[in-house]
Design a protein around this ligand. Structure first.
Ligand code: ADP
Ligand code: MG
Length: 319
């Protein structure tokens, strides 16, 4: 398949025009017209075979996921996603693969009113990358550096499901549908992020595991945190596991793509009302304290020392 045929096929399944798109695919660059008075928010994320996905991964899920992880970054900023660029490096040009990939990408793009406005295609090592642009009212983006002593710490959804699915899949075991969805089709919390703009003091999306990601928040904010381990939300699949396994997945398992955020205690009612209106669960799991570390406590008040930190690129076997 020639490069132009491939781009044509993509555009069959993915919206390429919409608000603010003056010129989309087909020229040397796209021309975009950001809404007046909004700040532009930009993020990019790459997925490489052998690191982030397996060679035989379902292409539809890959199309979903490479956009979803970027939507999740914008969600964590409280931004509205608008325009995407797609970098495809493919070892072979396979029409069936591309159609399924484009459908997965296109379905999610339509759901979040995102247009594909450009990208790059080349043959090479199997790698998928998206650059996503969005908007936020000036000065209102949610950042990592706003947590204050006394704030509460919250997470959306449940923790550790994607990591459990990955572990089971790599072990060759059966992965039930709900758990597989958590890993393959994460649902970025864009509406929650936008709704949290006036409520949260800091926010991050959960890509590398709770301890690692909350660690970024406490580090950027110059504070510490305490977590109540008995409050960490768990799906029924996680609740079936022995306690130490469940805990290590909840604290260290990556790729859940929920939001972890902090807010003043008096905001909790509004936060729960927002979550209910969006049909997502939000759980208070701890609070921000003075210091520079995350401390974990058991129900009986004793401190728990997790041996297993979040999954980090280049530092562990997964690099
Ligand atoms: P150039 O050689 O000028 O860089 P390309 O041939 O790479 O142009 O791309 C032609 C057009 O197709 C450009 O508008 C580019 O944005 C678009 N395009 C190329 N690959 C992709 C892709 N994977 N997804 C979306 N648009 C793409
Ligand atoms: Mg090019």
């Amino acid at each position: 398949m020639a490069e132009f045929a491939l781009i044509d096929r993509l555009a069959r399944h993915v919206p390429t025009s919409g608000p603010g798109v003056r010129l989309s695919l087909g020229d040397d660059a796209a021309l975009l017209d950001p809404p007046a008075g909004q700040e532009l928010v930009a993020c990019t994320d790459t997925m490489n075979v052998g690191v982030h996905f397996l060679d035989d991964s379902d292409p539809r899920s890959l199309g979903h996921k490479v956009l979803a992880v970027n939507l999740s970054d914008l969600a964590a900023m409280g931004a509205r996603p608008c325009w995407a660029l797609l970098n495809l490096s493919l070892p072979r040009a396979d029409e069936a693969w591309l159609d399924a990939f484009a459908q997965g990408f296109g379905d999610l793009a339509r759901q979040f009113q995102v247009c594909l406005v450009g990208g790059d295609t080349c043959s090479g090592a199997f790698s998928l990358g998206v650059t996503l642009l969005g908007t936020v009212p000036p000065g209102q983006a949610l950042r990592r550096d706003g947590a204050r002593v006394g704030d509460r710490v919250f997470v959306s959804g449940t923790l550790g499901d994607a990591a459990l699915a990955l572990r089971k899949r790599l072990a060759g075991g059966k992965v039930d549908a709900r758990l597989g969805e958590a890993l393959d089709r994460p649902r970025p919390q864009v509406a929650l992020g936008a709704g949290l703009r006036p409520l949260a003091t800091a926010c991050i999306d959960l890509s590398d595991g709770l301890l690692a990601d909350l660690g970024h928040v406490v580090c950027a904010s110059g504070v510490g945190a305490r977590l109540s381990l008995d409050r960490l939300p768990a799906s029924s699949a996680l609740r079936c596991l022995p306690e130490h396994e469940r805990r290590s997945l909840q604290l260290g398992g990556g790729e859940d793509y929920g939001l972890c955020f902090t807010a003043a205690p008096e905001r909790e009612g509004e936060i729960q009302a927002l979550a209910a209106s969006l049909n997502v669960t939000v759980t208070r799991i701890g609070s921000i304290e003075a210091g520079d570390a995350i401390r974990c406590f058991l129900e009986d008040g004793s401190e728990f020392h997790p041996g297993d930190a979040g999954w980090e690129h280049f530092s562990q076997d997964a690099s």
